[in-house]
Design a protein around this ligand. Structure first.
Ligand SMILES: [Cu+2]
Length: 161
């Protein structure tokens, strides 16, 4: 036993222990910590459930390409934790969609597209609504699929106190 111990100097043992601990740390980070971060985006409750709702109307006649007004307001600015939940109400006589120009996928709410959400499938019917909670600061452009001249923008900012 004493001979076996003598083969490994304390320096080698410490070096090996150090290498093993680095390996364990990298493995933990890569296979446990990163997947955990990716699975669970931490979105504050106040962002998921803002105190009020921002309203956008799809006005009557929006289906008509000759008509200038469709989404009113055309651009709406909202604040996280205040009114970052946007509600579109279809006041037109035919169905429409609210669809992201670039397939924006919100980490809290999923794809920004009324066609992907229950309650509005396949389109937002006359008198119907579509609601979407924006959880990230940014500028989000959207349009209506059957009427691409209908365009709008949602700008999301941090709350100003
Ligand atoms: Cu439309």
């Amino acid at each position: 036993m004493a001979e076996a111990k003598a083969k490994y100097s304390p320096f080698i043992v410490m070096a090996l222990a150090f290498i093993v601990s680095i390996g364990v740390s990298i493995g933990y980070y890569q296979f446990f910590y990163l997947p955990y971060l990716n699975l669970k985006p931490v979105i504050p409750e106040a962002v998921l459930h803002p105190t009020s709702i921002a309203e956008v109307s799809i006005v009557e006649g929006a289906f008509n390409p000759e008509q200038k007004d469709n989404f009113i307001p055309k651009s709406i600015t909202v604040q996280l934790e205040i009114n970052n939940k946007v509600r579109w109400t279809n006041k037109d006589v035919i169905a429409h969609t609210v669809t992201s120009d670039n397939e924006y996928n919100d980490p809290g709410s999923g794809l920004f597209d009324s066609q992907q959400h229950e309650g509005s499938k396949p389109m937002i019917q006359p008198g119907g609504i579509f609601e979407f909670v924006f959880t990230q600061v940014g500028e989000y452009k959207y349009h209506c699929v059957p009427h691409p001249w209908m365009t709008g923008t949602v700008i999301v900012e941090k709350a100003k106190f």
